[in-house]
Write a new protein. Structure first.
Length: 137
């Protein structure tokens, strides 16, 4: 077999193998119920950073709100809403070297669009962090 035929045979066999591998590999979205997350950066009135994330989880929405103040021991009042209805409210204290906290809650994945909002207010300084996202999957 000459070099041209050998190269052609290799290319043809590789072309057949790639679709077979692609068809046999399960889709990551299918494995996890199509759970693609929506993430937004929050805004804070001073130097703290915040972010909000929502993703589908077993027919519900998993919501995570994270606040990073870079200072441990700060007390924050936190509220999370979905389409204006309270999902959770309470107090969190920043911990660890990062001086952060996060709140993870699950809420109903309502028909249509979910507008998730989160607010955190520092009890001592009055600094406020807010974030809002729209989830429509």
């Amino acid at each position: 077999m000459n070099i041209t035929r050998l190269a052609g045979a290799f290319v043809a066999s590789a072309a057949l193998a790639v679709p077979a591998v692609a068809l046999s590999a399960p889709d990551a979205h299918a494995r996890h119920g199509g759970a693609s997350a929506v993430r937004v950066a929050g805004t804070c009135t001073a130097s703290t950073h915040a972010k909000l994330k929502a993703k589908a989880d077993d027919g519900r929405l998993e919501v995570e709100f994270e606040v990073d103040a870079n200072r441990k021991g700060q007390r924050w009042s936190v509220a999370i809403t979905d389409n204006g209805e309270k999902v959770w409210s309470g107090t969190r204290v920043t911990k660890g070297r990062s001086g952060s906290f996060s709140v993870e809650k699950r809420t109903a994945n309502r028909a249509g669009v979910d507008v998730i909002s989160a607010t955190a207010t520092n009890a001592r300084s009055g600094e406020t962090c807010t974030a809002t996202l729209t989830y429509s999957r």
